[in-house]
Write a protein that binds this ligand. Structure first.
Ligand code: ADP
Ligand code: TZP
Ligand code: MG
Length: 274
């Protein structure tokens, strides 16, 4: 952790302004694009497969998010994953909604075969992906899926998945499972779960770090910790007259502020390797 911490203050804003091609859901698309700009990455939100060949010449990394799926988006996601694998562009697969959407679930299994660098979702989505019993519904996770035993069961199941992929399950505690290492991370505040798109923008942050050249595990740990510590700082600024919309606004503000005002932000990381 110490070695990582030494480099953390230099990460945000990004030095190389990676171009991140996002195929993402209609709900949070604007927040995802702005998140990338706030950390000095460049977003492009394109579903039109006719543009992919030209676009891929400049793309640094991709975010493929299964939320608010359509037939057209399904084809675009498959085409983008196929091209990403062929052209060796790193990508994040965010399996939004697989808990209760069977078409998205089937698509997530197909897309995994193209070897995303990171496959992420909330704890309930990752449990569903692994074939474990779930209480989560819709696109949000359930706290019943986040008991100590439930989390241990999920770690075991993720270790049985494709060892070339790094898996990230988010929630009160976050699990990162890669070939050689399992991390349990504990930053963040509950309010992060209470605005839509917090998981989506996390996927974009990870994709940006992959585009900047970070390895899978570092990209996951840095992006997750940065967002969650932004949330903690935003929460501290609230007074009793501030609602959840203010929290959301301040968390997004912190994305461009935290690394400037707290160059030691990484010392606030709570997490351990198992
Ligand atoms: N109860 C919680 N306490 C602290 N942080 C949380 C909590 N729930 C979610 N988070 C954080 O919020 C972000 C989004 O996670 P989550 O809500 O699980 O994703 P999604 O929006 O995909 O359902 C993650 O960075 C996660 O660590
Ligand atoms: C509400 C909703 N419905 C389809 S996609 C979406 C947004 C999900 O965002 P997140 O998974 O980041 O909460
Ligand atoms: Mg959410």
């Amino acid at each position: 952790m110490k070695k990582i911490a030494d480099r953390a203050s230099e990460i945000f804003s990004l030095k190389q302004a990676p171009l991140v091609h996002c195929i993402t859901n209609d709900v949070s698309i604007e927040t995802v694009a702005n998140t990338l700009l706030y950390i000095n990455a460049q977003p492009i939100m394109t579903n039109d497969v006719r543009e992919f060949s030209e676009l891929f010449k400049h793309t640094s990394s991709l975010l493929l998010n299964l939320g608010s799926l359509s037939k057209e988006k399904e084809s675009a996601l498959l085409m983008a994953a196929k091209k990403a694998k062929a052209k060796k562009k790193p990508f994040v697969l965010d399996i939004v909604g697989v808990t209760s959407a069977p078409i998205a679930f089937y698509l997530s299994q197909q897309l995994e075969k193209y070897k995303p660098n990171i496959l992420k979702g909330n704890v309930s989505e990752l449990r569903a992906f692994c074939g474990l019993k779930v209480s989560g519904r819709g696109v949000d996770s359930s706290e019943f899926d986040q008991t100590e035993e439930g989390m241990e069961e999920l770690v075991k199941a993720l270790k049985q998945q494709d060892s070339s992929i790094t898996y990230l399950a988010t929630g009160k505690k976050d699990l990162i499972v890669s070939k050689d290492e399992t991390w349990v991370m504990e930053n963040g505040v509950k309010k992060l779960q209470q605005f839509t798109g917090s998981g989506d923008l996390l996927g974009a942050l990870i994709a940006a770090l992959l585009g900047e050249g970070f390895d899978n595990l570092s990209a996951a740990i840095f992006a997750l910790s940065y967002l969650n510590i932004c949330g903690e700082h935003a929460n501290k600024k609230l007074t009793s007259s501030n609602g959840l919309a203010d929290f959301r606004h301040e968390t997004l503000n912190q994305l461009s502020l935290l690394s400037v005002t707290n160059d030691n932000w990484f010392n606030q990381v709570k997490g351990r390797k198992q």
